[in-house]
Design a protein around this ligand. Structure first.
Ligand code: GLU
Length: 511
């Protein structure tokens, strides 16, 4: 490593969710961007928990957020983790990383701002603020604090405090303009007069998001802030806080990401169904597929490639290619991406991932019970080998091909369903017998997909439909299914012959 490289500042990014429920896919996108950027730059991905709004906390969220990140393959380098026992722990030299445990730190900086006249105590009651807000709105003004408490004398302040009056601390927005260069949106500039004197410390002693996030980003040496576009309007306030605290040289880069939109180009909301990582996990999407889909929501690789592993994303993701317009959440696209990932999976891996979903199905439990003496794992892997090509998610396993789990006697099929074009019943019978004999002559050891296909095609000659259509129908009882070669291979010689035999029995009554 050259001296220059050694001196290069370590890239440090943070994902800073508020523990108010499940990890939303918008949050996953932020975390993924943080993670990819950190990995590309050999930097650190920090998980910080922003729980300063105590009213909005939802029990268990921290654990659920970490589980969702872990499931997605996003590795935390520093901050909040779960240990082996599933308990919350913290690691890193800039802790604590849970904001409610850092109150003294924030109070110290609030004190500094107060002393320097950059912040002031505000004793206004909630009723007064509400009345003022309504009046301003009625006059067509944007609601803002009228600075009534800005010029209280020290004596007045002391008296109020002595009387036990509650107060908040507001940041005194200086005059002028504030600008920054957003990595996605470019230069953004606002007139400070449009900014409200933001509350930075609440009457319960907790800081607000604005102060806590600036103090922590500074103390935790964060170099890049990635977050949703809804925070753009907060950034000038943050920059002013950096300046007021004398930290402008350490100000991070800001990168706001466009919102994820629904098909009507509105912000995606919970009302539209699944929006949390947990929802998608439960529906049986592979984590790689969800990550791939989410990465492509705001980022255009500008190549033909659409399917990416996490490793490929780390190599190719480029924040400079991020779009300004919101990515559209298209479920069909997720399904397609998911199918591609499943297709590329090894059967071993698919088996491990799909089994828990199969276990929840009644038809599977019944099959398990009735087939105790076969090698179930071997059989299921064959089912998956065939289904792999057609699955969109793990929950689909077996759903379209229940005949793999049915007893031969329960497969019902009518003559019409077996009929290829204008075949007579005798034609069907004749072809089923031919198929039976062909399959009968394949030894158990040669019962491979390739052999079954080769032998059946040899028997069929040019008349493939005549032989294969009725065969597929009696093996599956369905109009659509994988090919009879694949189905016969999975079912095994004994079961295949027995299904054909049962169908042939139906013809006996016709003779
Ligand atoms: N706690 C904020 C959130 O949940 C974080 C915003 C930020 O990254 O600055 O969205």
């Amino acid at each position: 490593m050259s001296d220059l490289e050694k001196k290069k500042k370590e890239i440090r990014v943070r994902f800073a969710p508020s523990p108010t429920g499940e990890l939303h896919i918008g949050g996953l996108r932020t975390a993924l961007t943080d993670f990819l950027f950190a990995q590309q730059n050999k930097g650190k991905f920090i998980l910080r928990i922003e729980d300063t709004d105590q009213k909005r906390l939802v029990k268990g969220s921290i654990k659920r957020i970490i589980h969702s990140l872990e499931w997605s393959g996003i590795k935390i380098d520093e901050g909040v983790f779960l240990n082996q026992k599933g308990e919350i722990i913290q690691k890193g030299k800039f802790g604590p990383y849970i904001q409610s445990q850092r109150l003294k730190i924030y109070q110290k900086y609030v004190e500094k701002l107060l002393q320097e006249g950059k912040a002031y105590r505000c004793f206004c009651s909630a009723q007064r603020l509400e009345k003022m807000r309504k009046e301003q709105l009625a006059q067509g003004e944007a609601p803002h604090y009228d600075r009534k408490c800005l010029n209280l004398t020290q004596k007045e302040i002391d008296e109020k405090i002595q009387k036990g009056e509650k107060y908040v601390v507001r940041f005194k927005i200086p005059s002028g303009k504030t600008s920054f260069n957003d990595l996605v949106y470019g230069k953004i500039e606002v007139k400070n007069e449009t900014l409200d004197d933001q509350v930075i410390l609440k009457s319960d002693g907790f800081p607000t998001y604005h102060l806590a996030s600036v103090v922590d980003d500074y103390l935790m040496k964060i170099t890049h802030v990635f977050r949703g576009a809804e925070w753009i309007s907060s950034t000038p306030k943050h920059i002013l806080l950096y300046q007021a605290l004398g930290w402008e040289k350490s100000q991070p880069y800001f990168c706001h990401m466009p919102n994820i939109l629904n098909k009507n180009k509105r912000k995606l909301s919970k009302r539209e169904g699944s929006v949390s990582v947990q929802d998608f996990k439960q529906q049986g999407y592979p984590a790689e597929a969800l990550i791939n889909f989410i990465a492509l929501l705001g980022w255009n690789p500008k190549t033909e490639q659409e399917i990416f592993t996490l490793k490929e994303l780390i190599e190719q993701f480029d924040i400079k290619k991020m779009n300004k317009s919101g990515g559209i959440f298209d479920l069909d696209r997720l399904n397609w991406i998911s199918a591609q990932h499943i297709k590329r999976m090894s059967v071993e891996k698919l088996y491990g991932l799909a089994l828990p979903f199969l276990e929840k199905k009644n038809f599977f439990q019944e099959w398990k019970e009735k087939n105790k003496f076969i090698n179930q794992e071997e059989y299921l892997k064959k089912v998956l080998e065939v289904e792999k090509e057609r699955l969109e998610k793990f929950t689909d396993v077996g759903e379209k091909n229940k005949f793999f789990f049915q007893e031969s006697g329960t497969i019902k099929i009518s003559f019409d369903e077996m009929r290829w074009k204008k075949q007579t019943n005798q034609d069907i019978q004749k072809n089923l017998k031919k198929a039976y004999n062909t399959l009968y002559n394949i030894s158990k050891n040669n019962w491979t997909r390739a052999n079954i296909e080769k032998e059946l095609l040899k028997t069929a000659q040019e008349k493939r439909g005549e032989l294969l259509f009725p065969l597929r129908a009696v093996l599956t009882g369905q109009k659509y299914s994988p090919s009879p070669f694949e189905v016969a291979w999975v079912l095994g010689k004994k079961e295949t012959l027995s299904r054909i035999n049962r169908a042939l029995d139906l013809f006996k009554n016709l003779d």
